[in-house]
Design a binder for this molecule. Structure first.
Ligand code: GDP
Ligand code: IMO
Ligand code: MG
Length: 422
């Protein structure tokens, strides 16, 4: 069976930390979508590591790791990442596999991302500028280059053809993006990428599944950034929900087992777009400070607000979440009271559904339920029974509202700062 772990909010829910913990019980960790727009943080013997393209199972020595066909790869970022983590993980290359069908991010994809964002002015998506959107556009437009193409004798020809197409496209923008300096490192990194273990990912994975191996699919971004169901157009360019696993890895729906859905005990978003429970006051600032809410990929300050159970019930439904994980519950130790959105009013009418047109001025106001603050801090324990009753009441409410049981509560950055609920 293949289990799935994905973010239920707008990304940065703590997926990296949890995958690193859960990988102990899996043979293979597989990324199925996204690319270097992701920043997954974990701590290896106290050292902070941020992974962008490499799956978060690499620090469990028995785990194999697959970058699946649904991922878009920037060879330069991947090389930089390998250089950083090889000293911590010397056998990494023997445990890392790349699907030949994964698409490549070219220097001119990054240039197009930058030019497109600049042209949008105040309507910009707030992209990470890693070239994600343009690379997926070439994939669906049937122009893209794939990892398997690196091994073809015509690679340079194919690369130049696509580059020329991009240069024509760049002419339509006023913005000049100096991308040329990115080309030599790209071509060098392509050579290195060609030396990794490039596999037919779908056969590789299905054969392992047939042999009884346990696989965990690692999501990137979050469900509210999904290309179909997120707050379009302020989304990323891939399917971040559980549905993306089958097409992003080549596994059949019947092979999918548990779906772990992660949410912070509050909510954050980085980049533009609607965020119904965003706080513009000192509580929002305090959440950012207490939670160190700055982007792991871009360093941008994250927008902060209360947990949004309306949006969460929507994303739990979209992915059929079977096990909930609440992270950063320790951050709320300092807050009193604690709130959660349990409905919205839209032009005065109450609803429990996430609206289609939340982007427009539809007069959306969240309806909050207020919880008592935890009477003792929840950091520092790994035992559910030791948690304060006020926190247990909060957990019961969330479980009832979402119709899903909580499997883990994370209360610190370290791998084992976690409470498992049996
Ligand atoms: P990801 O993209 O979902 O992997 O999440 P990020 O790594 O972008 O952001 C999550 C941040 O929260 C990282 O800095 C983690 O070290 C940190 N983190 C994860 N879980 C917890 C937790 O339970 N408590 C605290 N205090 N920090 C956490
Ligand atoms: P992880 O995996 C948070 C956001 C960007 C922007 C929008 C589109 O660490 O949770 P893109 O570069 O994909 O074109 O940007 O999506 N975004 C993320 N926000 N965490 C991420 O990944 C993100 N990846 C993209 O900020 O608003
Ligand atoms: Mg992140």
């Amino acid at each position: 069976m293949i289990d799935v772990l994905l973010g239920l909010q707008w990304g940065d829910e703590g997926k990296g930390k949890i995958v690193d913990y859960l990988a102990d019980k899996y043979d293979i960790i597989a990324r199925f979508q996204g690319g270097p727009n992701a920043g997954h943080t974990l701590y290896v013997n106290g050292t902070k590591v941020v992974l962008h393209t490499i799956p978060s199972g690499v620090f469990q020595p028995h785990c194999l790791n697959l970058i699946g066909n649904g991922v878009v790869i920037d060879p330069v970022t991947l090389q930089a990442e390998l250089h950083k983590i090889l000293p911590l993980c010397p056998d990494l290359l023997s445990r890392l596999f790349v699907s030949q069908r994964a698409h490549l991010i070219l220097p001119t994809h990054r240039a197009l991302d930058a030019a497109s964002e600049a042209a949008k002015g105040s309507d910009k998506i707030g992209s990470t500028l890693k070239g994600i959107g343009p690379a997926y556009m070439d994939k669906t437009g049937r122009n893209g280059l794939r990892v398997g193409d690196i091994l073809s004798p015509n690679f340079t020809e194919k690369y130049n053809k696509l580059k020329q197409k991009h240069l024509q496209m760049l002419k339509q923008y006023d913005q000049v993006v100096e991308w040329e300096q990115w080309e030599a490192p790209f071509l060098e990194a392509i050579e290195q990428l060609g030396k990794l273990q490039i596999v037919n990912g779908e056969y590789w994975l299905n054969n392992h599944l047939k042999n009884g191996k346990k696989v965990l699919a690692e999501g990137a971004q979050g469900s509210m950034l999904d290309i179909d169901f997120g707050t379009y157009p302020f989304v990323t360019s891939s399917n971040t929900i559980a549905g993306g696993v089958c097409s992003g890895l080549g596994v059949a729906p019947g092979m999918v087992g548990d779906v772990y859905g992660i949410t912070k005990a509050y909510c954050t978003r980085v980049g533009s777009g609607p965020f119904p429970t965003e706080l513009f006051d000192e509580t929002g600032d305090a959440l950012r400070k207490a939670g160190a809410e700055f982007g792991a990929t871009t360093g941008r300050p994250r927008r902060c607000g209360w947990i949004d159970l309306v949006a969460l019930r929507y994303t739990v439904m979209l992915s059929g979440v079977t096990k909930l994980i609440i992270t950063k519950a320790d951050i709320l130790d300092e807050f009193n009271p604690i709130k959660a959105a349990v409905a919205y009013t839209v032009n005065g009418v109450e609803t429990n559904e996430f609206p289609y047109d939340v982007n427009d001025d539809i007069g959306l106001v969240p309806v909050y339920k207020t919880f008592e603050a935890w009477d003792t801090p929840i950091s520092g324990t790994t035992n559910f029974d030791e948690l304060p009753q006020t926190f247990k009441d909060y957990c019961s409410f969330v479980e009832d509202y979402l119709g899903t049981k909580i499997a883990f509560i994370s209360n610190g950055t370290g791998r084992n700062e976690l409470i498992a609920i049996s």
